[in-house]
Design a protein around this ligand. Structure first.
Ligand code: NAP
Length: 301
């Protein structure tokens, strides 16, 4: 699997993007790097340039950072002092085949991609990326729990809320460390799966009752679910780790008032394992770019 003949622009980002660059260089793609001027490392055959120098018409793909752009259309880079503008005009210059990639989107990017009609892929919406990412997320959660408790995970009572891609990995990881894990969900097939995993299932409707005897609560549900009345029922020493995307699913104001420690912990893969997190993105991107290249070859025949 090689990407010879593919021209890809990588615009901004953090340490994770270095893994993407490494992988695409290895696969022989032609790379235009924007926003990497402070990067000491030199990749052979790769050109660092400013956004004005990019030959947009020649691009097969544009890779934005995990967070995409800011709401006013700038791309941040930890390897450059200046944010990089990313505008509709630039995307309009690309050929119809050009695909844009980011981790997540926002209203600016959604609007821009709708207007330009280019194919747009949010990598973090994909099941494979979410499942791979759940591994460093679970490890980061273990780290947070160790840092913020004075008891072992082994033997402690942990409630995991949600049996999605993150919830399942988190529940399994804590169980493997010897914790007594119960998992809250609302779908009967999830309750069945929790039972199959050898863990204790409960319906989220019963959350208030179920938190009376726990030491740690890990939330993965991106809705307000750990409400004031739920927190009021928890033992005072309970630690809440909220993994759900901002603003989380916890009433943090009430937790603070009651003296229950509650922590919103976003972006753990990039914090605890930027190299692995970068490799996850790089591998999936390489696969998607390769499929694109194959399709183009088939269409030409
Ligand atoms: P997911 O696969 O969609 O799982 C979400 C779970 O929440 C599902 O089991 C879903 O159950 C449940 N849920 C959603 N809305 C609910 C509601 N109103 N009431 C009860 N249950 C509800 O998502 P994921 O990939 O596991 O990610 C979970 C969250 O973690 C997301 O917000 C994601 O952005 C975030 N995340 C954080 C980190 C980090 O480092 N902190 C890393 C990765 C992901 P149903 O199937 O019944 O809807």
């Amino acid at each position: 699997m090689m990407l010879t003949g593919m021209h890809v622009a990588i615009i901004g980002g953090d340490a994770r993007q270095l893994e993407v660059i490494r992988k695409l260089v290895e696969l022989d793609a032609k790379l235009s790097l924007v926003g990497f001027d402070q990067l000491a490392h030199h990749f052979t055959g790769v050109t660092k340039m400013s956004i004005e120098e990019v030959d947009f018409a020649d691009l097969d793909a544009i890779i934005l950072p995990v967070h995409g752009t800011t709401l006013d259309g700038k791309v941040n880079s930890v390897f450059s002092h200046e944010p990089i503008p990313f505008t509709e005009e630039m995307v309009q210059k690309t050929a119809k085949r050009c695909t844009v990639y980011s981790g997540i989107s926002n209203s600016y990017l959604d609007e821009l991609m709708k207007k330009t009609g280019r194919k747009y892929i949010q990598l973090f919406e994909r099941d494979d990326v979410a499942i791979y990412n759940s591994i460093p997320t679970a490890e980061g959660t273990v780290m947070m729990v160790i840092q913020h408790t004075d008891f072992t995970i082994h033997g402690s009572r942990i409630a995991v809320l949600g049996l999605g891609r993150v919830g399942m990995t988190v529940a399994r990881t804590f169980a493997a460390l010897g914790a007594k894990v119960k998992v809250g969900a609302r779908r009967s097939e999830h309750l069945a799966r929790i039972t199959e995993m050898g863990l204790e299932p409960f319906h989220l409707n019963d959350l208030e009752k179920e938190v009376r005897d726990i030491d740690v609560c890990v939330n993965t549900v991106p809705h307000l679910i750990v409400t004031a009345s739920v927190i009021a029922k928890m033992p005072a020493h309970t630690l809440i780790i909220d993994l759900a995307s901002k603003p989380g699913g916890t009433d943090f104001r009430y937790a603070e008032k009651r003296g229950v420690k509650a922590i919103l912990a976003p972006g753990l893969p990039g914090v605890v394992a930027p190299k692995t997190a970068g490799q996850i993105i790089a591998n999936v991107l390489a696969q998607l770019l390769y499929q694109d290249l194959q399709k183009r070859k088939e269409n030409k025949q």
